[in-house]
Design a protein around this ligand. Structure first.
Ligand SMILES: [Zn+2]
Length: 467
């Protein structure tokens, strides 16, 4: 059904004298993307293995596709050369600063014994392509690489340079990834606008596409340690003061605490649009919320997904305490992770936590500092351009700005002052999210359409009328 719809849309797009050649170019593009995905899935790019082999495979493809050595820069943090970047630059007419794509090549670990299929190979089964990274984000890397190759083949010259950073270290600590490259060699990837196919929501439900969410913002995270200490003693003589009890009392107060509900430009537009997919109380609440009635968010926040959209959250994630079964604890420590709405700061969040815990004896320490990640404005011009490209493929599909509750490499570009937007091309099943999980997969026909979408998006954002 979907492929029929797509063929209809494609025929509409390519109507005219060159319809046949546009269709065959599109099919060739899809085949290239699939082949590149096969190459990438066959390489283990977990942090331990690094990205050198994947960079090498891509570089050879680009050289064979007409890119010159000087358009392909391989660079790595000297502290760890296994974490290689391939920076591809397609020269433009110099009208404005470059357009930058963020494409991480690394994946999270996958144990073969946990999977029903080999994780580090592309297996095609029942119309699906399986392998670690099939969603996150080697299918996106493949679509972006195929788009570059197709544009090169067409002798396309963009208005401004298109830069793609095929990068390492998004899933691990980030010390060698996009954040490092921005600090060490900003000139290589400096841009005025960034597209990140790792983020955004291309939503598929009950066998059809339902909406396209343009990621304009994401929550940033900060991790605290909360620690109670005590002189301890022998467990045969307990006293009222006890590090474990003191900490658990603090955690119980944290459990009862909620940050206030707040809307951003993005979440307001998001709920205004999402209301169309709801009915009854949820629809009424979303409409009221989008009209500024924050109390309407309370009912929605009973759902953890909506709760994450509506407020900053802090939650206990780890606990350690005591040193012997027959000793009073000298130390009890909890890890508390906070996910902050754009605009909230680490210091505000710490102050709110201290107030909630209400015990000056509990020492709060930042163990992972936040990267400031402001919202990239969902402007009319940006949203109109996305809508145009989305609807050239899927007429009438709702397009809206969205905020990710998780974090991506866009935090580095946003923090560096580069407006950054999601650009996912592969529609995924809302009810069956397998990124980072077992038997990760992408639907082969959706990959083919995604490759066409990625090509059109790249052209639209680098040609006349781009923001
Ligand atoms: Zn990712």
């Amino acid at each position: 059904m979907t492929s029929l719809l797509w063929l209809g849309a494609l025929a509409g797009f390519s109507a005219g004298a060159c319809a046949a050649s546009a269709d065959s170019a599109s099919a060739e593009n899809a085949a290239t993307a699939k082949a590149i995905l096969g190459d990438l899935l066959a390489i283990d790019t977990t942090y331990e293995k690094g990205t050198v082999a994947a960079v090498d495979v891509l570089r050879k493809r680009f050289l064979a596709g007409g890119f010159t050595e000087s358009e392909l820069v391989v660079v790595a943090n000297p502290a760890n050369s296994t974490q290689a970047h391939l920076v591809v630059r397609m020269k433009g007419h110099g009208k404005g600063k470059p357009l930058l794509y963020l494409c991480h090549l690394d994946v999270v670990a996958a144990k073969p014994e946990d999977w029903t299929l080999p994780p580090f190979a592309m297996t095609e089964k029942d119309g699906w392509l399986y392998g670690r990274g099939a969603m996150d984000m080697k299918s996106e890397d493949a679509n972006v690489a195929a788009a570059l190759l197709r544009l090169k083949h067409e002798k396309y010259v963009p208005d401004r340079d298109i830069i793609v950073d095929f990068s390492p270290d998004e899933e691990a600590g980030g010390a060698e990834g996009v954040g490092w490259l921005l600090q060490a060699h900003r000139d290589l990837i400096d841009a005025s606008l960034s597209l990140n196919p790792d983020s955004g929501t291309a939503a598929f439900r009950n066998g059809r596409r339902v909406f396209y969410g343009v990621q304009t913002s994401e929550k940033s995270y900060v991790t605290f340690s909360a620690e109670a200490t005590n002189k301890g003693g022998h467990s045969s003589e307990p006293r009222p003061d006890n590090a474990i009890y003191e900490l658990t009392a603090a955690l119980n107060r944290l459990q009862a605490f909620e940050f206030p509900i707040r809307l951003t430009n993005t979440t307001r537009d998001f709920y205004a649009s999402q209301a169309q997919f709801e009915s009854g109380g949820r629809q009424t609440a979303m409409r009221a919320l989008a009209n500024g009635d924050l109390s309407a968010g309370k009912e929605l926040a009973a759902d953890p997904t909506d709760n994450a959209q509506l407020r900053t959250t802090c939650v206990a994630t780890m606990l350690e305490a005591g040193h012997a079964e027959n000793a009073l604890p000298q130390r009890a420590r909890a890890t508390i992770q906070c996910r902050m709405l754009p605009g909230d700061t680490q210091e505000q969040t710490r102050a709110a936590l201290e107030k909630a815990i209400a015990n000056p004896n509990i020492k709060l320490t930042v163990t992972r500092a936040a990267t400031n990640s402001p919202e990239s404005p969902p402007t009319k011009q940006i949203m109109a351009l996305y809508t145009k490209v989305v609807r050239s493929m899927w007429p009438g599909l709702p397009v809206m700005p969205s905020m990710d509750a998780g974090a991506s490499d866009s935090k580095y570009t946003r923090s560096a002052g580069i407006a950054s937007y999601g650009a996912t091309s592969n529609f995924f099943d809302l009810e069956d999210m397998r990124a980072h999980g077992r038997d990760e997969r992408v639907k082969a026909d959706r990959l083919a359409e995604g490759a066409e979408f990625a090509y059109r998006l790249m052209k639209a954002f680098s040609g006349p009328g781009a923001p």
